[in-house]
Design a protein around this ligand. Structure first.
Ligand SMILES: [Mg+2]
Length: 178
């Protein structure tokens, strides 16, 4: 069966923060410079300590990235942290098409399930277009219970919860859909 894991990037796999023009990069963080038109933006980014081990163990689910940010920038972030080869497609916030998924899928994302606008957008992309933008709790709760796993937010440096600890929960979500 074709099973798909969608993974959010910011505050789930990494923490990336915008830097003021002269602001120094904090020790342990990495500088990213991103050019958009004739403007250069500076960021600092740090990888969640458990991110690599987690993605390595999730390869059977062909993880894709589902982010509200720009895909081009987030690919640069993934490359910086050596994670690009561990994920497939990178869907950015500007990707509005609905994916034609077949089979079970799970989203790992730190976004709150309620209020659920951000999550609804991502779920819609995963093929739940018929729920509308404001699904009732009756519709929404079972979807969350089947498809969403929410890690503790990664703010940088300390790992509040190794992502590998969430693997049993992810397996459970997939099992519910088989
Ligand atoms: Mg996030």
């Amino acid at each position: 069966m074709n099973e798909k894991l969608h993974v959010d990037i910011d505050e789930t796999l990494v923490k990336t923060r915008h830097l003021a023009p002269d602001e120094p990069v904090k020790p342990g963080w990495n500088l990213i410079e991103f050019r958009k038109g004739d403007k250069l933006f500076r960021y600092q980014s740090i990888v969640r300590p458990s991110a690599r081990a987690f993605l390595e163990r999730m390869q059977q689910y062909q993880p894709d990235i589902s982010t509200s940010g720009g895909a081009e920038f987030q690919i640069q972030v993934l490359e910086l942290h050596g994670l690009r080869s561990l994920v497939g497609n990178v869907y950015g916030g500007d990707y509005s098409e609905v994916l034609t998924l077949q089979g079970p899928w799970v989203l790992l994302d730190d976004l709150p399930a309620f209020p659920c606008n951000g999550i609804v957008q991502k779920f819609r992309r995963c093929g739940l277009g018929d729920t509308g933008f404001n699904p009732s709790n009756e519709v929404w709760m079972p979807l969350i219970q089947r498809h969403l796993v929410r890690p503790e937010i990664f703010e940088g440096e300390e790992d509040p919860q190794p992502l590998t600890d969430l693997i049993p929960l992810i397996e459970e979500r997939f099992a519910l859909q088989r």
